[in-house]
Design a protein around this ligand. Structure first.
Ligand SMILES: Nc1ncnc2c1ncn2[C@@H]1O[C@H](COP(=O)(O)OP(=O)(O)OP(=O)(O)O)[C@@H](O)[C@H]1O
Ligand SMILES: [Mg+2]
Length: 228
């Protein structure tokens, strides 16, 4: 086992997730285990309601499992408290969502820098990094635009840049092309593929699109709370 230390980016061990609503318990994840190696680009697929987003949020520290463990780079994060977890997310994890989740009254640069600013970092110290990331996502000429002045594909590029600015260990994406037309979706997928291949960025993505999943190196299928 020792030789695997450092090679596994994230590992879920016997993850169970129940949601309690009133007196009803819904079992959403049923003893699910998986490993994702550093540098992998994994797609999670499966029917609507099968637990894909729930799994992604638990692996990325946005939610906690009812039981089981999540090891991020060997550290069990499943019992971290709120504050420790938020810091970990800002420093080690990038998230991209279907609906971009940008701040409407901040411009592109400010949206991208937000996680670092929230962490008390100074904008000035990240000039080079910001420049590099905006080049990479193709938004160098849109720095001062606000989200409403951008297309959906451009907004998703801002969200990707924001997720990457802190140099995360893992980039998580929940249906990143779900709100885009197929051509724009394909452009976003080639960007993610390029990010994975050029810098070895580990990516875990939930998608319903077989075309999007084809860009990844492995597909995990979730059905009814289990990996099949
Ligand atoms: N916060 C919550 N409280 C109660 N039930 C929840 C909660 N979040 C998710 N669920 C339930 O868990 C199940 C799985 O939801 P999840 O969002 O993980 O599905 P999904 O596979 O991502 O589906 P989709 O493809 O439609 O996004 C659903 O039955 C959902 O109702
Ligand atoms: Mg979902």
């Amino acid at each position: 086992m020792k030789q695997n230390v450092g090679k596994i980016a994230v590992e879920g061990k016997h993850i169970v997730k129940d949601f309690q609503i009133g007196s009803t318990t819904t079992k959403v994840l049923k003893d699910l285990s998986l490993q994702v190696a550093r540098g992998e680009f994994v797609s999670i697929m499966g029917p609507s309601g099968s637990g894909k987003s729930t799994l992604l949020y638990i692996l990325g520290g946005l939610d906690v499992p009812t039981s089981g463990q999540v090891l991020l780079n060997g550290t069990d994060i499943s019992r971290f408290g709120d504050e420790k977890m938020s810091r970990l997310r800002r420093q080690k994890i990038g998230f991209v969502f279907q609906f971009y989740n940008l701040i409407p009254n901040l411009n592109v640069e400010e949206n991208v820098m937000l996680p670092l600013l929230l962490d008390g970092k100074k904008m000035g110290s990240y000039k080079k990094q910001l420049h590099h990331i905006l080049e990479m996502v193709g938004l160098s000429d849109r720095r001062k635009h606000t989200p409403r002045e951008l297309s959906g594909g451009q907004q998703q590029r801002v969200a990707i840049a924001r997720a990457l600015i802190g140099n995360p260990e893992i980039l998580f994406a929940d249906e990143p092309t779900g709100n885009l037309d197929s051509k724009t979706g394909a452009e976003i997928m080639s960007l993610l593929q390029e990010i994975n291949q050029s810098s070895g960025q580990t990516i875990i993505m939930v998608t319903h699109s077989p075309e999007a999943a084809e860009c990844s190196s492995r597909i995990i299928t979730v059905q009814d709370g289990c990996i099949i």
